[in-house]
Design a protein around this ligand. Structure first.
Ligand SMILES: Nc1nc2c(ncn2[C@@H]2O[C@H](COP(=O)(O)OP(=O)(O)OP(=O)(O)O)[C@@H](O)[C@H]2O)c(=O)[nH]1
Ligand SMILES: [Mg+2]
Length: 376
């Protein structure tokens, strides 16, 4: 099977290139408008992308009513029984190579469907392509080891997700953790969830510090959580206040710092945030990003917050989207590990320490986002 990417000033131009190169049997996996750079906007340029595949075996069988799945498959149904059960060799692994041709074709159909699914999940097309290509290269070996296509893909993705499994405390050492991010992504709620996990379930000495003094409501929000969870809250107005607050709690196990939501495009507000963080010297700075943010904006957000020394990412609001592909795009592009994921407004239930297999499962829709509280 050949999978290739084509671009053109119009969709038609890209499709014509597909037809010229792969012929009219090519399968269109994905089309999209490429987000415009400022220069393109200025020049009023537009660019479109088409990902197409050609698999001679599959097409031949489709023509004879063979292995090609006829029905469209949607997220949540990417591993339909039809393909799985139709080919027991692929499902269970095979001791012989007698049916190797048929196996490859059915597996090829499966890979195409998974590729489509990954693109639908908003994963970066190049990453999706690499993932499929690498998996196909490992397919024969995996098949001999008794793996299904689904299991192979799952393993590939699991290996690509760096995670920290939440925050780890060292006995006798205080850990300072700051949460930063754009407005409204769930920083304060997430901070309350983490605080509750460590304080109530982990019996650790937790202290909240908030540097978000712009809105009375913001302070009240964290104060309410602090009262419910029964942990001290320090409100700091200046970087000097931050230093004093930290000196007041040298015996804490975990200091959780909430910050005001920042517009990453505002240099002044980012400089202010940096001043607070320089005073706090956090051991960990987690960037909270909401999964319902447009992919293009996600990159700008991360680029801008990099100046704040972020070294972890928290993916929030997983419950508000079915398109989770950007999670893998982000961690592979920036090499930044995921610490937590959140999937609802309930404190403290709707949070989970991030594990690679869980994230790969979410992405492949094999793992339902679960309300299980995990805490080491
Ligand atoms: N659906 C959903 N809603 C969430 C999640 N986390 C937080 N929220 C909601 O998102 C809204 C904003 O949450 P906050 O915690 O105030 O967000 P913030 O980042 O602190 O906002 P600012 O301080 O204003 O920048 C609230 O209504 C939360 O209940 C989540 O994982 N899923
Ligand atoms: Mg907040």
């Amino acid at each position: 099977m050949r999978i290739k990417r084509y671009t053109g000033k119009t969709i038609q131009e890209a499709l014509d290139a597909v037809r010229r190169d792969l012929g009219s049997d090519a399968v269109i996996l994905h089309t999209r408008k490429i987000p415009a750079t400022w220069l393109w906007k200025l020049l009023r340029w537009e660019k479109f992308e088409v990902i197409a595949a050609l698999d001679a075996n599959i097409r031949n069988q489709a023509a004879s009513g063979g292995e090609m799945p006829e029905e469209p498959m949607y997220p949540g149904n990417i591993f339909p029984d039809k393909v799985e059960t139709r080919d027991p060799v692929i499902r269970n692994g095979s001791p012989s190579h007698k049916r190797a041709g048929a196996d490859l074709s059915a597996a090829g159909a499966h890979f195409i469907k998974i590729h489509e699914y990954l693109l639908d999940s908003d994963m970066d097309p190049e990453l999706a392509e690499t993932l499929i290509r690498d998996s196909r290269m490992k397919w024969r070996e995996a098949q001999l080891a008794g793996k299904t296509v689904k299991e192979l893909m799952f393993q590939q993705m699991t290996d690509m997700f760096p995670t920290t499994n939440g925050i780890t405390l060292t006995p006798g050492a205080r850990r300072i953790v700051a949460l930063v991010g754009p407005t409204g992504v769930g920083k304060t709620t997430t901070l309350a969830k983490i605080g509750a996990l460590f304080s109530i379930f982990g019996q650790k000495k937790v202290v909240f510090i908030t540097a978000d003094t712009y809105r009375v409501a913001a302070m009240e929000q964290l104060r309410t959580y602090a009262e419910i969870i029964d942990v001290p809250l320090e409100v700091v107005y200046t970087p000097q206040d931050m230093r004093t607050a930290l000196q007041n709690h040298t015996d804490a196990d975990l200091i959780l710092i909430d910050t005001a939501g920042r517009n990453p495009r505002s240099d002044m507000s980012m400089a202010e945030l940096r001043a607070f963080l320089e005073a706090a010297k956090p051991d960990e700075t987690h960037l909270v990003i909401s999964m319902n943010t447009r992919t293009y904006d996600l990159f700008e957000i991360i680029d801008r917050f990099t100046s704040c020394g972020i070294n972890r990412v928290i993916f929030s609001k997983l419950d508000e989207t079915t398109r989770l592909g950007p999670m893998l795009t982000i961690v592979t592009s920036y090499g930044m590990p995921v610490s937590y994921v959140t999937y609802g407004q309930n404190v403290p239930q709707d949070i989970r320490a991030a594990e690679s297999a869980y994230l790969a499962g979410c992405l492949l829709d094999t793992e339902k986002v679960s309300p299980t509280i995990t805490h080491e």
